[in-house]
Design a protein around this ligand. Structure first.
Ligand SMILES: Nc1ncnc2c1ncn2[C@@H]1O[C@H](COP(=O)(O)OP(=O)(O)OP(=O)(O)O)[C@@H](O)[C@H]1O
Ligand SMILES: [Zn+2]
Length: 466
């Protein structure tokens, strides 16, 4: 065992230092490394919903007998997914800290080796050790490195490693108090075998922080730093829309370095501003002015969807957010329409109006349209195409149009689609213009809070009428 490893083991380094302790493993014979982190949920700022979900897991680990008596199965695998730097590793370590478990901090790529059989052997050694030290948490970051879908012309070594992981997970008996937490930025890449019940069957999305959480994260990371009275964390949180917890922690650190460079004893607001600009400059040459502008546009765009949906009363809204998620700059989460397969023409037209309302709001307010509506327009095309060609809901008649017939009618279909979309778009514009006060209100609230629940939305709309 290297000296570094001994040191890390001894002093309970915070989780993020562990990456370095994972070096120099080469033959799979070496003991898997673990620590007993002191990190708890208190060290993770915000993410309340996620922590709530994990409280139950913590209880499982602490009181397995309580669940066994009831015949309940203890979960084996939990999968964290979402963008990088959002605290997935930190959370996994805090589950270990909360339960006083042995924490095995690994990365998928360290199992993937050029020598056949080594990866599988490492997995076996890791699980043996984890069972011996139970209760244990095995954390596998970037699990897609071993867990990506298996292909026909496959990478033999990777597949053997994945197979071994599956074997180990299936081999747990009810008494094994070992939990595996996987993390990935790409849930879509994972092999389905890994996601089956009894394996990684709980998926928890961890997204970029909203305004409130950014305030909390900045507090955590400035706690130990001398701050000037000029420092206003709320204002800094406003300027850092779209950034991750890791970025915020970098900003706090960078600000401290800038203050030292200027030979100051305290960090002031200007140091933070410089740090923000520096971090942003590293990201696709954005600056905070651009971020503000983009945030305004997305606020109006999502407010447009929300308002028209609310006026038409088709699907109830669950949550609205302007925090980017995947490719989307913002989103409106609607309750699914009760698994219904039959839709009336009015409902489908309503859906189209809601989808177009984002673009419509942008046009009304900014007089131009961003590229953010791309996904909406794709869905609109799909629905109109179905209305015309599958449901017979257009002036082309009550028939399905497919194959050669469709090729033959393509111009007519196109002009029919254009007319449906044009009418719906105009209708959305009119609805929004009739409700401008609400549009501004919803958009301003979104801009400030970044996420709104259905209740908060109702509260805002009520204000217009009282
Ligand atoms: N909610 C949070 N509260 C406090 N600190 C946070 C939070 N989220 C992120 N951080 C900070 O960001 C750093 C990186 O977080 P972490 O390594 O847990 O992210 P990750 O999601 O595992 O990232 P990756 O996908 O890149 O591995 C943490 O060490 C911590 O300093
Ligand atoms: Zn949209």
């Amino acid at each position: 065992m290297g000296i570094m490893k001994k040191i890390f083991k001894k002093i309970n380094m915070p989780v993020f230092a562990f990456a370095q302790s994972k070096m120099e493993k080469d033959n799979g014979n070496e003991d898997a490394n673990f620590s007993k982190p002191k990190t708890t949920f208190k060290d993770v700022a915000g993410l309340e919903e996620v922590k709530e979900e994990l409280v139950e897991l913590v209880d499982f680990i602490k009181n397995p007998d309580k669940y066994k008596k009831m015949g309940a199965k203890i979960p084996k695998g939990v999968l964290f997914h979402g963008p990088p730097g959002t605290g997935k590793t930190l959370l996994a370590a805090s589950v270990a800290g909360e339960t006083n478990s042995a924490f095995f901090n690994t990365t998928g790529s360290e199992f993937v080796e050029k020598y056949v059989g080594v990866g599988a052997k490492r997995v076996r050694t890791l699980f043996e050790k984890a069972r011996k030290e139970a209760p244990s948490i095995i954390f596998i970051d970037e699990i897609d490195a071993i867990g990506a879908k298996r292909h026909l012309e496959s990478n033999n070594e990777k597949d053997q490693t994945l197979n071994q992981l599956l074997v180990e997970m299936d081999g747990f008996n009810k008494d094994t108090n070992v939990i595996i937490i996987g993390a990935t930025n790409r849930l879509d890449l994972l092999d389905e075998a890994l996601l089956r019940p009894g394996r990684f069957d709980r998926h928890i999305y961890i997204g970029n922080p909203n305004y409130y959480t950014r305030c909390e994260i900045l507090k955590v990371h400035t706690n130990d730093k001398p701050l000037d009275d000029s420092v206003n964390l709320e204002e800094l949180a406003k300027k850092t829309h779209g950034l991750s917890g890791a970025h915020l922690s970098n900003i706090a650190n960078e600000a401290a370095i800038i203050a030292v460079r200027e030979s100051k004893n305290v960090i002031n607001q200007d140091h933070f501003n410089q740090a923000i600009e520096r971090i942003l400059a590293g990201l696709e040459s954005k600056n905070s002015k651009l971020i503000e502008k983009e945030k305004k546009i997305v606020s109006y765009h999502e407010a447009g969807h929300t308002l028209v949906s609310n006026i038409l009363g088709i699907n109830p809204i669950q949550k609205i957010s302007i925090i980017p998620r995947g490719q989307a700059l913002g989103y409106v989460l609607q309750l699914p329409d009760e698994d219904r397969f039959i839709h009336t023409k009015d409902e489908l037209l309503g859906k189209i109006k809601i989808l177009l309302a984002g673009k419509a709001a942008e046009e009304i307010i900014f007089d131009h349209i961003s590229t953010g509506a791309k996904d909406d327009l794709k869905k609109v095309s799909e629905i109109t195409n179905q209305m015309i060609c599958e449901y017979g809901m257009s002036s082309l008649g009550s028939m399905t149009i497919e194959g050669n017939h469709k090729t033959f009618l393509i111009d007519k279909i196109q002009s029919e689609a254009n007319s449906i979309i044009r009418d719906c778009y105009n209708e959305s514009i009119n609805l929004l213009k009739e409700h401008m006060e609400e549009l501004h209100l919803i958009s301003n609230h979104l801009y400030e809070k970044e996420t709104l629940t259905n209740d908060e939305l109702k509260e805002i709309i009520k204000r217009v009428y009282t």
